[in-house]
Write a protein of this length. Structure first.
Length: 145
């Protein structure tokens, strides 16, 4: 959390785990007001077997290095290895000059209050609570064995 608080303008932050043999099909982000940032935390070997295509460019994650891109361009990701790929996934407010930055801030604030986001956030909290209960039960069972 200390690191996240030091980053200016994050709107979204989570760990993105792309499992072995998984692919994210080509897709587009919904809004140009943010930039997508991936900080590679775990990159399976060979590093060239997992990657991301944004527009016509292909990149491969390097552990400890960042990728920043505009997700409104078509992009896809893949992991053709036997291990998980883990990145810290951040959406960061696109740096813009006033008055465009003010408009962008208003749009982002409205999106955060939209039913789509509030519903998704509530579902996430529910899943996280269920996971925590299951995790605690599994840990308690392993302690009694």
């Amino acid at each position: 959390m200390t690191v996240l608080r030091a980053i200016p303008g994050p709107t979204t932050a989570f760990f993105s785990i792309l499992g072995p043999g998984r692919r994210l099909p080509p897709h587009y982000g919904p809004y140009r007001g943010v930039l997508r940032h991936h900080l590679a935390l775990m990159v399976p070997e060979p590093a060239t077997a997992s990657g991301i295509r944004v527009g016509g460019e292909i990149r491969h994650w390097e552990q400890g290095r960042s990728l920043v891109f505009d997700d409104t361009y078509e992009h896809e990701a893949w992991n053709d290895t036997d291990s998980d790929r883990v990145v810290l996934f951040l959406d960061i407010v696109r740096p813009l000059r006033p008055p465009v930055s003010w408009v962008n801030a208003m749009i982002l604030a409205a999106v955060q209050r939209s039913p789509f986001i509030t519903s998704a956030r509530a579902q996430h909290v529910q899943r996280e609570a269920a996971f925590t209960v299951a995790w605690n039960q599994a840990t308690d069972q392993s302690k009694t064995r």
